[in-house]
Every structure is written in structure tokens, then in C-alpha cells.
Design a binder for this molecule. Structure first.
Ligand SMILES: NC(=O)c1ccc[n+]([C@@H]2O[C@H](COP(=O)([O-])OP(=O)(O)OC[C@H]3O[C@@H](n4cnc5c(N)ncnc54)[C@H](OP(=O)(O)O)[C@@H]3O)[C@@H](O)[C@H]2O)c1
Length: 334
């Protein structure tokens, strides 16, 4: 059987484009003893993958040139010679961008198709949902009546952050890049206010209006000038959760922003970066509560799903143009 694969052809300088990816097709053999053959159903595209396309060392190693891109995949076991898996099982794993893959089972997790739609395990019940939950609750520690600002608010992480903050009784202000996204946040997800940063000429003024009591928690998914504006409104003892900096992922020289340290000092603020895996020990409790909220309808969820393996590069590049609402996935097979 043949498997389609996508490799890293070249490392992007600045904004990545289609030419950085290389399509190939290779034969996959039947599984050997202790292996499973997996068919990809949903493949996740995530902003952190941009970092892995560069050579710079980070918390995950760079992708190797001319080897497959990899990331979160929900797959079906089509053939098994592994004692833990049988044909028809659904699994989640960190796997190559390929239609079929052999695995020795290392790092695979069985998922229950009756718990929620399979794709949810790459979004609200997977890495992005856990990121929102752990970052907001364990670092932000939101309290009733506080004001929470979230940037990248209509994305996979941001829309969960805002909804959890609402469940905790906070006033929630979302920043996102289109009127459609802002309407969605306010009308469907119950955000109190929304700001379209692409059409707002004075972010500081817009934020002052949206946050009359100042900002107690800033959940930052984007960084850059949006964050600079939020910092001017920080309250005493505010918490700034540095989750992502997508506005800076494609810059070729890093701009110098305002020096925030004097502000952090006088406002006695906490600014903390984190990577979701730091909270691995708390994933079980977090997953349970997220699943309960989803089942009860307390957390709504949105996905942007592109159809077909060949759409992977385009779907990934779309993250940097704001083309997705909610979690961006690619559906590869039924
Ligand atoms: N720390 C961790 O462990 C962890 C885990 C997961 C994700 N993250 C980070 O969290 C952030 C959100 O991730 P996600 O998976 O939820 O992605 P996402 O928000 O679903 O998709 C990315 C969104 O970022 C916005 N964006 C793109 N370029 C931008 C720019 N220059 N300025 C402002 N906004 C921009 C776009 O929305 P607009 O239309 O609003 O521009 C786009 O839809 C990313 O920075 C990611 O790296 C961190």
C-alpha cells in the first residue's frame, strides 16, 4: 500500500509558504510483530509548528529537512500485530503528516469514539483545550468579578479560555481579527466585549472602553503591539499568562516593545510563560472537567475543518492569516 507524506523541503525565512513543503508517496509495508498500521483521520495544524520549521532550538526540536512534518493526529488502526491494539481502534498520537503510518505503539493513546467526536481530541479535549485550562486556572487563578482579556480569542485556545473565564464569573474581553469572529465570541460564546484589532485604530482607547475596571488577567496568545496596548491597563496584582506570541513567529528581526518591568513592579503583576506539558501531572483532572463542561453544554466548540490530505500546507499557512475560527484541522479520511 502507498502512503502520501509531506516533508519539510526548506526552512522559511519570515512567513512560510507552500514551497517549504514537499509531497511524496512511499510504500508502507504490513506491520511487523509489535506494530500497528495506522490510517490518519484528522491531522492538526498548530502555530508552534512554525517554530519547528526553523533551525533554532526550542522546547521541541526542529523538524529535519526532507523528513516528514509531524504533529497531533487522530488515526484508526487498520492492521495490528500489537497486543494493546486491535483493528478498528481509534488512537491519538504525535505522528508524521502521512496518510498511513507504521507505529510501535509508543506515545499512542486509545480514544473513546463515544465520549465526543474524534476530532475533539485534537482540540477542546486535547492539547489546545488543556492549554487554555491549565494556563488560565493554574497561573491566572481567576476570581469572580475580575476582568480577563484574551488575545487570539477566536482561535482554538482563546475561545476556550474566554468561556472558562465566564464560567468562573469574570468579565471577558476578546481580541480577534475580524468582525465575524467578534460577533461569534459575543453572540455565541457569551464574551462581554470584543475588539477587532485589524480595524481598531487606537487599541488602548478601545481597551479602556471595554475594560472600565482595568485588566486583572491577560491571557496572551499573540504578543506584539496588541499586548503593548493591554499592558497599559493592568491592575494591581494582575496576572499575565504568556501562552503564545504568534504575531512574532514570522518576524525576521524582533522589534523592541515598551519596557514593561517598571509597570510589573508598580502593579505587582505576575508575568509567566508556560508550555502545556509543564502541567502533565494535572491533565487527568483537567481533561475530566473539560469533558464534563462540553457534555453539559457549558463549553461550546468550533472547528474549521479542511478536507483532504493535500490541504495540510494551506490549512497551516491559514493560521497566520487568521483564516480559522476555532481549531483548524484537516480531515484526511472518514
Ligand atoms: N504555551 C503552550 O503550551 C501553547 C499551546 C498551544 C498553543 N499555544 C500558542 O497559543 C496561540 C494560539 O494557538 P491556537 O492553536 O489556539 O491557534 P489559533 O488561535 O487557533 O490560530 C491562530 C490565530 O492567531 C491569530 N493571528 C495570526 N497571526 C496573528 C498576528 N500577527 N497578530 C495577531 N493575531 C494573529 C489568527 O486569528 P486573528 O483572526 O484573530 O488574527 C489565527 O486564527 C499560539 O500563539 C500558539 O503558539 C501555546
Amino acid at each position: 500500500m502507498n502512503s502520501k507524506k509531506i516533508l519539510l523541503r526548506s526552512r522559511p525565512q519570515g512567513m512560510p509558504n507552500e514551497s517549504n513543503f514537499e509531497f511524496t508517496e512511499q510504500e508502507v509495508s504490513s506491520p511487523a510483530e509489535g506494530e500497528v498500521l495506522l490510517k490518519a483521520l484528522y491531522i492538526s495544524v498548530d502555530p508552534y509548528m512554525r517554530g519547528r520549521m526553523s533551525e533554532t532550538k526550542s522546547y521541541v526540536p526542529p523538524y529535519k529537512l526532507h523528513e516528514p512534518i509531524s504533529g497531533g493526529v487522530v488515526a484508526e488502526v487498520v492492521e495490528s500485530r500489537h497486543s494493546k491494539y486491535k483493528s478498528g481502534d481509534n488512537v491519538l498520537g504525535n505522528l508524521p503528516w502521512a496518510t498511513y503510518t507504521l507505529s510501535d505503539g509508543n506515545g499512542l493513546h486509545k480514544i473513546n469514539p463515544n465520549l465526543a467526536p474524534l476530532s475533539y481530541h485534537l482540540g477542546i479535549l486535547g492539547m489546545p483545550g488543556l492549554t487554555a485550562y491549565c494556563g488560565l486556572l493554574f497561573i491566572g487563578e481567576p476570581k469572580q468579578g475580575e476582568t480577563v482579556v484574551v488575545s487570539g480569542a477566536a482561535g482554538a485556545v482563546g475561545m476556550v479560555v474566554g468561556q472558562i473565564a465566564k464560567l468562573k464569573g469574570c468579565r471577558v474581553v476578546g481580541i480577534a481579527g475580524s468582525d465575524e469572529k467578534i460577533s461569534y465570541l459575543k453572540e455565541q460564546l457569551g464574551f462581554d466585549e470584543g475588539i477587532n484589532y485589524k480595524t481598531t485604530s487606537n487599541m488602548q482607547e478601545a481597551l479602556e472602553k471595554a475594560c472600565p475596571e482595568g485588566v486583572d488577567i491577560y491571557f496572551d496568545n499573540v504578543g506584539g503591539e496588541i499586548s503593548d496596548a493591554v499592558y497599559t491597563l493592568l491592575n494591581n496584582f494582575s496576572r499575565i499568562i504568556i501562552c503564545g506570541q504568534i504575531a512574532l513567529y514570522n518576524v525576521t528581526s524582533r522589534p523592541t516593545g515598551p519596557r514593561v518591568e517598571p509597570l510589573l513592579l508598580t502593579k505587582k503583576s505576575l508575568m509567566k510563560g508556560f508550555i502545556v506539558s509543564d502541567y502533565a501531572e494535572r491533565f487527568e483532572e483537567a481533561s475530566k472537567e473539560l469533558a464534563t463542561w462540553v457534555k453539559a453544554g457549558n463549553l461550546k466548540y468550533e472547528e474549521s475543518i479542511a478536507e483532504g490530505f493535500d490541504k495540510l500546507p494551506e490549512a497551516f499557512l491559514g493560521l497566520f492569516k487568521g483564516e480559522n475560527i476555532g481549531k483548524q484541522l484537516v480531515k484526511v479520511a472518514e
